[in-house]
Write a protein that binds this ligand. Structure first.
Ligand code: GLY
Ligand code: MN
Ligand code: MN
Length: 441
């Protein structure tokens, strides 16, 4: 990462945020907003341990300062103040941020106590609070009616839909790091590693990011567990038998996430060869979908197109003996692919702002219904799974005889396939940038 490039992109990013915040504050009838970095949350009320801090994304949008009880003060006019509280207790030491980056753009003020935020607030102004701790908001003197006001959050969510150059650089770096982890896991798997936990640990070691730094809990699934969409209860033991591996794992850079999935198989039997063919077909379908994710198209139409492409695969591989259109109309393809094609990606894995319009009922789990526009970042992640619940529904439903149970039973022990990349949309007419394939195939 070229630091000078990051620095100038960050300056432009902060300037852009200032412009949009000024307008949003004006429209919401506010003089300013205090954005809280977050408070530590106890694991349970019966425990004295806390979860690792997850920064409030609205705070992280401005500043990657991973410390609790800090605040940003954004007023309609004037510099943005970063009120930085560094806990000096002997129990913990927080990671130092990139101070040069922050100090180049924000007015950084050190405070000795979280309550001292109040000393820096202008008198008689109408200030909102954005964050997760209403007790802090009250301590800082913010009226409860101005805690996370919808009139402000709405434009701030919209702001997160289009990524600045700085954000795109961060997303790219998060991809670079995650791809190293994916390569390592693939190599370990093909060298014979068969424990989900150990594969997960290989990933963390290679990316040099601990569990709390990853944007979501890695999904590492061997065999039939690949049909469990969010399989995070890693099995420790060696798993032999028909072996496939689905790894859905990301990384972060300055708080920005990558979200990448690859599926592998250890070939050697006829069934494994068939599953390998299925992986190849899903991979080609995924790349085809990436190519047509162009400016002006509705993301939901891409999701619909995915089901048509999937029906071709199911028919070609003799998994379902039914015409393409009929498969889609009858809902059969949705039994093999129940989740959405993808989602907006940014400071959180399922980023905000792209699902304001509800998808059609048959696309219930689709998390992106926007028209594709330049500077959006989203995933494209088609899959095909042999999920017990849906296979039973299919078997006992009106179309049970259209499914080829011999082939399905051959593939079931391999769980399923998902291929997922992260894309950034360029200006109309330019090809979409695939952040993942730049580093991983
Ligand atoms: N890793 C979660 C997802 O792909 O949406
Ligand atoms: Mn995803
Ligand atoms: Mn994923």
């Amino acid at each position: 990462m070229d630091h000078a490039q990051l620095e100038s992109a960050y300056q432009a990013h902060v300037a852009h945020l200032k412009t949009v915040y000024t307008q949003a504050l004006e429209t919401a009838g506010l003089d300013g907003v205090l954005i809280h970095s977050g408070s530590l949350m106890k694991r349970t009320q019966f425990d004295d341990q806390s979860w690792p801090l997850r920064l409030v994304p609205y705070f992280q949008h401005w500043a990657h300062l991973p410390w609790p009880e800090c605040a940003l003060l954004v007023l309609k006019a004037g510099p943005v103040k970063l009120l930085a509280y560094e806990d000096k207790s002997f129990w913990e030491r927080w990671t130092q941020p990139d101070w040069n980056l922050l100090m180049g753009c924000l007015d950084v003020v050190r405070i000795d106590e979280p309550s001292h935020v109040k000393k820096h607030l202008p008198n008689g102004r109408r200030l909102a609070y954005v964050g997760e701790n209403p007790t802090r908001a009250a301590e800082w003197g913010v009226d409860i009616s101005l805690v996370n006001p919808a009139a402000l959050l709405e434009p701030l969510n919209e702001l997160r839909v289009h990524k600045t150059r700085y954000e795109q650089l961060c997303l790219e770096e998060a991809n670079l790091v995650a791809c190293r982890g994916h390569q390592k896991v693939a190599a370990a798997f093909h060298a014979g590693e068969r424990s989900e936990l150990r594969l997960h640990l290989h990933y963390l070691a290679e990316t040099s990011q601990d569990d709390p730094e990853t944007p979501y809990k890695n999904i590492v699934a061997i065999g039939s567990s690949a049909a469990i969409l969010h399989h995070v209860s890693y099995r420790k033991e060696r798993l032999d038998g028909p072996v496939s591996l689905l790894v859905d794992a990301g990384a972060t850079f300055q708080g920005y996430a990558s979200d990448i999935t690859r599926t592998h198989v250890a070939t050697g039997s006829a069934d494994a060869e068939l599953f390998s063919e299925l992986i190849g077909r899903v991979d080609r379908m995924q790349q085809q979908l990436c190519k047509v994710a162009t400016v002006g198209r509705g993301y939901e139409t891409l999701h619909d197109e995915t089901h048509v492409l999937l029906a071709h695969i199911l028919r070609d591989l003799d998994i379902v003996r039914m015409g393409v259109e009929e498969q889609v109309q009858s809902g059969i393809t949705r039994m093999f692919l129940p989740h959405g094609l993808g989602h907006s990606l940014g400071l959180v894995c399922h980023d905000v702002g792209c699902a304001k319009i509800k998808p059609r009922p048959e696309n219930a789990w689709l998390r992106n219904t926007r028209i594709i526009e330049p500077n959006q970042c989203f995933t494209i992640e088609p899959g095909v799974y042999f999920i017990d619940t849906f296979m039973e529904q299919l078997r006992t439903g009106p179309h049970g005889s259209a499914a080829n149970w011999k082939v399905i039973d051959q593939l079931r022990p391999y769980g399923g396939v998902r291929i997922e990349d992260d894309l950034v949309v360029q200006a109309a007419g330019l090809p979409v940038q695939n952040l993942t394939r730049a580093f991983l195939h």
